[in-house]
Design a protein around this ligand. Structure first.
Ligand code: F0G
Length: 471
């Protein structure tokens, strides 16, 4: 029936105030509401380290988008079908088919999560004297490369390092720099990587043109091109929306195109597969696949389950059919844009544009009365919890400030990441997050800096104890 009105696409109109969540809620997880007084006590009791909180003392948990997705009724139904045979489970074959449908690699090797795929791949490709470039390595990727004695290099474009500068593909590899890098180091480079989206650089996408250019350069030097595809669907959506000539293509089409440029991929199914656990390594080279499966058997399990249960493989297979849904992706990306725009209106410095899985706040710029070595990111993250029961993650001097030689210096940036779990929170939750920031803006001058009173030599952010420095 037509009312003679020009069709209005409610779901895509950016000016509409309502984000349409394309799902109904069938099962709920109650959120325990806490008071500010209670939260101040709770955070003090864990020495102001947000990782040490009990998660049922948190009202909105934005620590990570990894493994925190809400599964669909179809995923739960698929779980019942999980076949737990040690070898040759039909659940594996359904998983393999679902992966190959999107990512046309010859071999698909399941792992218990993304970093296990990294560990296997780099134990075979890495080693002392080797160098592996990427736009920006995620920290576990870097950790797994460096653990073999190899060197991990980040070659993201200049715009990717400037939080306030708009660029549609801030995750792009600097192709000129990569060319110069390969001209010098090709003999010691076993693979070139691209991380899509670029998590460590703010969840920023990589364009199809950039993926193709990276692939072409790797081919020229006969070097493997490996995609870290954790957030591939978000990346494909950004390509569809922002890259000239891509608007009329389906997400599935773009996804296949991205991966057909690569020789291998590593994946965490805890992100863009809507699973709570899982990952894989996929590749074309027969010998590398044989050796990877050898390693897999040693460390993860038989190649048809790779450290997962049959039901996990089913959840991933079904999740992969849902993640490429455009209505979902529109809701997903719009939620982040919405929060980011509202914070921007409040004068809060946010990374622009909003990332695919997270909104990043430039805490050093916003809390400019707190010097970097008094951790403005940590101060903001603590205040978000005390005031609003929101858990976010400091990505700054607490995380990166301590060098191996024991000295401390400010990280390049002091950011706070609001990582948005998939299909978990609604627009009301987004509005609540904005409201908490609005409140914070009125008292931000009073937020204290912090000092570390106890820490471990490595990965200190997980366990460090903090104390406020009185203003
Ligand atoms: N690569 C990227 C780009 C990631 O973001 C992650 C995890 C991994 C690899 C490792 O995967 O967790 O399954 O072992 N990122 C999570 C985060 C932990 O919070 O950003 P995993």
């Amino acid at each position: 029936m037509s009312f003679g009105l020009k069709e209005l696409s409610i779901l895509s109109a950016k000016s509409m105030k309502t984000i349409f969540e394309p799902f109904r809620i069938k099962t709920v997880e109650p959120i325990r509401l806490t008071t500010q007084e209670e939260r101040c006590r709770l955070i003090q009791a864990v020495n102001f380290n947000l990782f040490s909180l009990h998660s049922d003392d948190i009202m909105i948990d934005l620590l990570t988008d990894s493994g925190t997705s809400a599964m669909s009724s179809n995923q739960w139904a698929a779980i019942m079908r999980g076949d737990e045979s040690y070898a040759g489970s039909p659940s594996f074959y359904r998983f393999e088919k679902a992966v190959k449908n999107l990512m046309p690699f010859k071999h698909v090797i399941p792992t218990h999560q993304g970093r296990a795929a990294e560990a296997i791949l780099f134990s075979l490709l890495g080693g002392p004297g080797k160098r592996i470039p990427s736009n920006t390595h995620f920290d576990t990727t870097r950790g797994n490369i460096e653990a073999t004695g190899a060197c991990a290099d980040d070659l993201v474009i200049e715009a990717g390092k400037n939080p306030s500068l708009y660029h549609p593909f801030k995750g792009n590899m600097d192709i000129e720099q990569l060319e110069a890098y390969l001209a010098t180091h090709a003999a010691s480079v076993p693979c070139v990587m691209s991380t899509i989206t670029n998590n460590a650089g703010g969840g920023q996408p990589v364009s199809l043109e950039n993926i193709r250019a990276t692939s072409k350069l790797a081919k020229k030097y006969h070097i493997l091109f490996v995609i870290d595809g954790c957030r591939f669907a978000e990346n494909a959506y950004f390509i569809q929306q922002r890259e000239p000539g891509q608007r009329d293509r389906s997400i599935v089409d773009i996804v296949r195109d991205m991966f057909s440029c690569a020789d291998a991929m590593i994946m965490s199914a805890k992100k863009d597969a809507f699973a709570n656990i899982g990952g894989w390594l996929a590749l074309n080279d027969d010998e590398l696949a044989l050796n990877s499966r050898d390693r897999l058997i040693q460390t993860e399990g038989f190649p048809t389950y790779g450290g997962l249960t049959g039901r996990d493989l089913e959840a991933i297979a079904q999740g992969l059919t849902e993640i490429v849904d455009e209505d979902y992706l529109r809701y997903r990306i719009r939620t982040n844009e919405y929060i980011s725009e509202k914070l921007d209106e409040l004068g809060i410095p946010v990374m622009k544009p909003a990332g695919g899985h997270a909104v990043f706040i430039d805490a050093r710029a916003w809390l400019d009365h707190i010097p970097p070595l008094q951790y403005p990111g940590q101060s903001l993250a603590i205040a978000l919890y005390e005031l609003g029961g929101i858990r976010a993650c400091e990505i700054g001097t607490v995380m990166f400030g301590r060098s191996a030689d024991g000295t401390e210096s400010p990280a390049t940036l002091d950011l706070v990441r609001l990582a948005i779990p998939r299909r978990v929170y609604t627009q009301s939750h987004a509005d609540y997050i904005v409201e908490v920031f609005e409140e914070l803006a009125t008292i931000k001058q009073d937020l204290p800096g912090y000092k570390i009173v106890e820490e471990q030599a490595r990965m200190r952010h997980f366990t460090a104890k903090f104390a406020p420095i009185p203003n």
